[in-house]
Structures are given as structure tokens and as C-alpha cells.
Design a protein around this ligand. Structure first.
Ligand code: CDP
Ligand code: CDP
Length: 240
């Protein structure tokens, strides 16, 4: 069977990472979490004392001077909050990019066109050979506009914030649920309203609202859609 490129986009906490990881595992595809790249760059900016998150030029230069690598995690690892192993200039930052502070900073650096150009090019290189599930905000619209299967994953904002809040609780980062709801909404607003590559559903993306669905059920649905697309793609190819 021909391997597909699968793009999964959607707002924070819609289940992209957990679902994409299961889908990739079952299909034997490479899973790539593009958001981890924005998070890693944001972490470096935060660590780089004095590098203002608003300084477009400095952040663009920082993106050019930074090496971010996403590696698969072994299937035996069942921690749902660990997606890819993330190396920032060779250092393992897999865990340290998962804080609330880094999430907020990531959505700020992600508004800068020069930063996006650098990271989008890296994402396109990483997924160039197909057989990949990549998730983020602009995968179906900008990174892989010709992906054979595009999913736009949605869930009610309160459900998404509660999922994120639970993760922070489990990691000992104690935050008020109302704070997480406000921050998720703020990040959604910044992501959907930014000028460059805003979070928007591609016209050919399948909308999946998983407010009332678990990770397993959502992943199964996407795998069914992937098998259907594979059959369609193979039938088209055999006519050519
Ligand atoms: O990547 P994204 O921010 O879209 O979401 P995620 O990190 O995959 O999911 C956030 C949390 O919600 C994880 O702990 C998932 O296990 C959970 N989740 C869920 O309970 N039900 C779903 N249908 C999807 C995700
Ligand atoms: O896991 P969660 O959905 O909370 O966020 P993420 O996927 O780790 O992404 C963190 C931030 O990076 C998002 O709020 C976006 O601002 C940005 N991002 C982006 O602009 N484009 C992408 N393809 C992925 C993430």
C-alpha cells in the first residue's frame, strides 16, 4: 500500500498529539509534533536572558542558529504527555518544553513570519519521504498542502482546557482550572488571528469533533479514513 502524508491540525488540547501518535504507531508511520519545534525555540528564547519575545529580528536569527531535532519515542513508552523526543542544539528538552510558560511563549514566537519560514522548511524536510503523521496548526494549509489526508480536530474549549489542566496536575504543576481555560482561549485567539499561517481548517480537511470521544475512538476513526484514502489513491494511480 502506498504510504500517505497525514496532516492533523487543531487548537490546543484537541488531542492532536495523543491521537496522531496512536495513528502513526498503528500504521507504521513516522509521527512528528511540529508544535514541539515552536516550544523548543521558545524555551531557548526564555533561557536566553534578555532576548525579548517581541523582538522579531532577534527571534528570527535565533531560529536560524538553532538545531531542533524530533526523534521517535519507543512504542513501549506509554506516557501520553511525551510525544517526540526533542533535541534542542543536542540537549534533550522533551520534558522541559511541556510547561504552561513555554506553551504561551511558543504561541508568541509562532506569530513571527521569519521564525515560521525556518521551522516550516525543517518540517517539510522531516516529512519529505511520506508515511508520516504530522500535527500542528498549519500542516494541512502550509506545510503539506497536498497531504492525502487532512484532519481538523476540534473539541469544546472547556473540555480542551480541562484535559490540559489534568496533565499539569499529574506533573505537579498546580494551576487553577479557570487560569488554564483563560490561557487556552488566549492561545486559540492568538493562533487563529495571527496574520501568518493562522489556525484555520483547510477546505479539504475532515472536521472531527472529539469533545465526547476518547483518544482510542478518535484514532480509530482517523485510521478508517486513512485506509479509505489509501484505496482511493491506489485506484487513481492504477488508472494513470
Ligand atoms: O496535542 P493537543 O494539544 O491537541 O492535545 P493532546 O496533548 O494530544 O491531548 C491533551 C490531553 O487530552 C491528553 O492528556 C490526552 O490524553 C487527552 N485527550 C482526551 O482525554 N480525549 C481525547 N479525545 C483527546 C485527548
Ligand atoms: O500541544 P498544544 O496544542 O498545546 O500546543 P503545541 O502543538 O505544542 O503548539 C504550541 C504553540 O506553537 C501553539 O499554540 C502555536 O502557537 C504554535 N504552533 C504553530 O504555530 N504552528 C504549528 N504547526 C504548531 C504549533
Amino acid at each position: 500500500m502506498r504510504k500517505l502524508t497525514i496532516a492533523i491540525d487543531g487548537p490546543a488540547g484537541s488531542g492532536k498529539s495523543s491521537v496522531a501518535r496512536v495513528v502513526a504507531q498503528r500504521l507504521g508511520y513516522l509521527y512528528l509534533d511540529s508544535g514541539a519545534m515552536y516550544r523548543a525555540l521558545a524555551l531557548k528564547a526564555l533561557q536566553n536572558n534578555g532576548l525579548a519575545l517581541t523582538s522579531e529580528k532577534e527571534l528570527e536569527n535565533l531560529a536560524r542558529d538553532t538545531e531542533i531535532e524530533l526523534q521517535p519515542v519507543p512504542p513501549s513508552l506509554h506516557d501520553p504527555t511525551v510525544h517526540n523526543r526533542v533535541l534542542l542544539d543536542g540537549d534533550d528538552v522533551t520534558q522541559s518544553i511541556r510547561t504552561n510558560e513555554v506553551a504561551q511563549a511558543a504561541s508568541r514566537v509562532a506569530t513571527i513570519p521569519g521564525v515560521r519560514a525556518v521551522l516550516v522548511a525543517a518540517q517539510q524536510r522531516a516529512g519529505a519521504s511520506g508515511g508520516v503523521v504530522m500535527e500542528g496548526r498549519d500542516i494541512g494549509t502550509v506545510v503539506f498542502p497536498r497531504a492525502e489526508l487532512k484532519i481538523f480536530l476540534e473539541a469544546a474549549p472547556e473540555a480542551r482546557a480541562e484535559r490540559r489542566w489534568k496533565e499539569h496536575q499529574e506533573k505537579g504543576e498546580s494551576l487553577a482550572l479557570t487560569q488554564v481555560i483563560d490561557e487556552v482561549k488566549e492561545r486559540d485567539k492568538r493562533d487563529t488571528e495571527r496574520k501568518v499561517s493562522p489556525l484555520v481548517r483547510a477546505s479539504d480537511a475532515v472536521l472531527v469533533d472529539n469533545t465526547a470521544m476518547g483518544v482510542e475512538e478518535t484514532a480509530r476513526l482517523i485510521i478508517l479514513l486513512a485506509h479509505e484514502r489509501q484505496r482511493e489513491v491506489s485506484a487513481t494511480k492504477s488508472l494513470e
